[in-house]
Design a protein around this ligand. Sequence first.
Ligand SMILES: CC(C)(COP(=O)(O)OP(=O)(O)OC[C@H]1O[C@@H](n2cnc3c(N)ncnc32)[C@H](O)[C@@H]1OP(=O)(O)O)[C@@H](O)C(=O)NCCC(=O)NCCS
Length: 236
Amino acid sequence: MSSSPLTPPTMQEVHVWQWDLDACGSHFDRYWEMLSEQERERAGNFHFDLHRCRYVTGRGKLRQILGRYAALSARAVALEYGPEGKPFCTSHPAGWRICFNLSHSENTAALAVSSGLEVGIDVEHIRPIEESIPLEVFSAQEREQFDALPSAERQTIFFETWARKEACLKALGTGFILPPEHFEFDLSVHGDTTPRFVGGEAQEASHWCIRSLSPSATCAGAVAARHHGWSIIEMN
Ligand SMILES: CC(C)(COP(=O)(O)OP(=O)(O)OC[C@H]1O[C@@H](n2cnc3c(N)ncnc32)[C@H](O)[C@@H]1OP(=O)(O)O)[C@@H](O)C(=O)NCCC(=O)NCCS
């Protein structure tokens, strides 16, 4: 486990880290040592060992990486929470403000780190879609596009769109306090994009930039920020 210092992202960069929560599970004891009392208490509330192990590995590795940016030990990294639970880092190295967001889906974890830019990240393992879900997730226009898709394409496009929406809601810090259709996309556009509407407004949508992530062939992902002119730097 490296503890060497990391160079901060520039204003045009978002550093993206990805790791396998199950492969890192062999370091469970070391990650456990890195957690705060509050995080250990939360770990204790998981019903299944697999989920507890993934949470500890996710938080431990998050702290380890943030510690390398902040030149602190993992345990000394200070985390606080926004009103809807978005964690943020209050340990700031001289000259820049660490912003980050974490996501996990099954064994895949992804972390976005930027210099002062509020970011959201989401990864989603591509899995069967429950019948009722597209109705809840899509606006009327998105739903029309989705229904017109060949059935072979639906699953991938559903999770691509879902990841975009969740990344945006996580950048705002609201999560699903806002409805998923708050951010509306053109489902025919793949890869990097801009929403069509945000809260029904095209003007607000034009400020947003969503970059696509492909953690693996079976996983969709996106990074979002209300700002243009940045790129993803893959860190591993
Ligand atoms: C944020 C939210 C979309 C995450 O959903 P999820 O299915 O767990 O998705 P992900 O794995 O992508 O994200 C989880 C991570 O996002 C971060 N996160 C938590 N709440 C967040 C928020 N409001 N905004 C941005 N990021 C958030 C955390 O780091 C969390 O991981 P951790 O708990 O292991 O540290 C969902 O929890 C939500 O809608 N929360 C807000 C509404 C709510 O429940 N508020 C009351 C809590 S105080």
